[in-house]
Design a binder for this molecule. Structure first.
Ligand code: SF4
Ligand code: SF4
Length: 471
């Protein structure tokens, strides 16, 4: 039976079988909740405190002397989009192809980062749930607003559209905030109104900024000192939510639609905060995936913790968020502290993202100081070093996106922290932050048992396209 037929068979399960499954799940769910409730009540105060995160004075991830800021030319999406960089570095494509051939000689087909990327999201519709004309239209519509706001540029393009470096609408008179703490609250109040689900403020940290930056449209390097319009002092980090039912269809094209939509909201809010600050007399530039790396800035601003899947795991949302930021010269503001929420410890036992990754890009190993999947400099050109984290191979991920003719999102959909905001999920989260490792392994199995986080599921595509009945 083909994979697609298998999926269709599952989608056509009889209602009685589904109902029986649901009853069993509900019974077990409530049994587990009872156990969870007992445990949480017993240790409630500790759990509540841990759920809010443990604050740290320093960035809560270890760095060593090998660490240095990333050159934006080595960022995978920038490299894939740049003809000049691909012509300059043919050894990178060669090395990647050697790996592909070695790992799977029977299915090897030559791969070209630049040529294949140009055809991204324009291939033929497929005869499989989630890959038809309706799904593709949803995805392209979902991305359209972000692309318009960024002046047609990519999410990685500096100085483009809403992310322009020109200081339009900047007023001369500088507003005097009541106090640094009030400045923090005022900015977050504005971010909430504009639609942010989370906002944190942290000091500008050159370690997380691309240096140099790179404009693919102009094929040129950009310097912080010579080209950027001011010296940034603070970075405001903004989060938007991706839709749970859409993300649950991963890796189908429907999930692209919520990715694009959340990007659009994130850049919209960043643009509005930028104008808000300029109207208060402060210079500001909005940023999507350009200027600096979102994840460490979000961690520094206390919004979440780095997960095995390389994304920021945010309380109540998991990795189901998109991040934008605003660089500003405002200094008179209280900074949020980084917080740890027990994610790294849960990730040690979980590995559901790695299990569900179709390209095997995500490590099953422990945190390391650098990539362990290769020592070839022509292969690990995009990897960071000198930072203790889960090191994944973003090039394999990029290849799957091209093979899928849309992005993927399995590592978001599969993550147990990615759950809708129901009380019993928050209860289980509370239990997890105080439980030791073996309980985490048990919770992972329970998550699988209850049917959460399974990917490539045609049922979820069918369910998504029924939700319009509720609007
Ligand atoms: S997006 Fe898909 S291919 Fe990429 S790392 Fe996540 S699961 Fe793997
Ligand atoms: S799926 Fe599991 S291992 Fe992966 S990021 Fe989420 S919690 Fe961590």
């Amino acid at each position: 039976m083909s994979k697609d037929n298998e999926k269709d068979t599952k989608a056509n399960e009889t209602p009685s079988a589904n109902d029986a499954g649901k009853s069993r799940r509900n019974f077990l769910k409530f049994g587990l909740v009872g156990a969870g409730a007992a445990a949480v009540v017993a240790t409630g105060a500790v759990a509540v405190k841990r759920m809010q995160g443990i604050p740290h004075d320093e960035f809560p991830v270890e760095l060593n002397d090998d660490f240095k800021p990333i050159d934006q030319r080595n960022q995978i999406n920038v490299f894939c989009g740049s003809k000049a960089l691909n012509e300059k570095h043919p050894e990178r494509t060669r090395s990647f192809n050697e790996m592909l051939k070695k790992e799977d000689p029977a299915n090897y087909k030559p791969f070209d980062f630049y040529a294949t990327r140009r055809a991204f999201m324009s291939g033929p519709y497929r005869d499989a749930p989630g890959y038809g004309q309706l799904d593709r239209a949803l995805a392209v519509g979902g991305f359209s607003s972000a692309r318009q706001q960024l002046g047609g540029g990519s999410m990685e393009a500096p100085n483009s559209g809403v992310s322009s470096w020109e200081q339009t609408m900047l007023v001369d008179h500088k507003y005097e905030f009541e106090s640094p703490a009030q400045a923090n609250t005022d900015i977050k109040s504005a971010a909430r109104l504009y639609g942010a689900i989370r906002c944190g403020i942290t000091k500008r940290d050159k370690r997380w900024d691309y240096d140099p930056m790179y404009s693919v449209s102009e094929e040129k390097e950009l310097s912080w000192e010579k080209d950027f319009p001011f010296e940034p002092k603070s970075v405001i980090v903004i989060m938007t939510e991706m839709d749970y039912p859409a993300m649950a269809t991963a890796p189908a094209w429907i999930q692209d639609a919520t990715v694009g939509d959340a990007y659009a909201n994130a850049i919209k809010i960043a643009g509005q905060i930028t104008i808000f600050l300029r109207q208060l007399g402060f210079k500001a530039v909005a940023s999507m995936n350009d200027l600096g790396i979102n994840a460490p800035y979000a961690i520094a601003a206390g919004l979440g913790e780095g997960g095995r899947n390389g994304q920021v795991i945010v309380p109540e949302y998991g990795p189901r968020v998109r991040i934008s930021k605003v660089y500003t010269d405002l200094e008179f503001v209280e900074y949020d502290k980084p917080r740890t929420y027990g994610v790294a410890s849960f990730c040690l036992n979980c590995k559901r993202c790695a299990d569900s990754c179709p390209s095997k890009a995500i490590t099953f190993g422990d945190q390391t100081w650098g990539p362990e999947y290769s020592t070839d400099p022509d292969y690990i050109w995009n990897a960071s070093k000198g930072i203790l984290k889960f090191h994944n191979d973003a090039k394999k991920c990029a290849k799957f996106w091209i093979d899928n003719d849309g992005s993927c999102g399995n590592c978001i959909a599969a993550c147990p922290y990615n759950k809708p905001d129901f009380w019993h999920h928050r209860l289980v989260d509370a239990q997890n932050v105080i439980a030791p490792g073996p309980v985490h392994a048990f919770m992972r199995e329970m998550d699988i048992f209850f049917g959460y986080g399974n990917v490539s599921d045609p049922d979820k595509v069918h369910r998504f396209w029924k939700l319009g009945d509720k609007v």
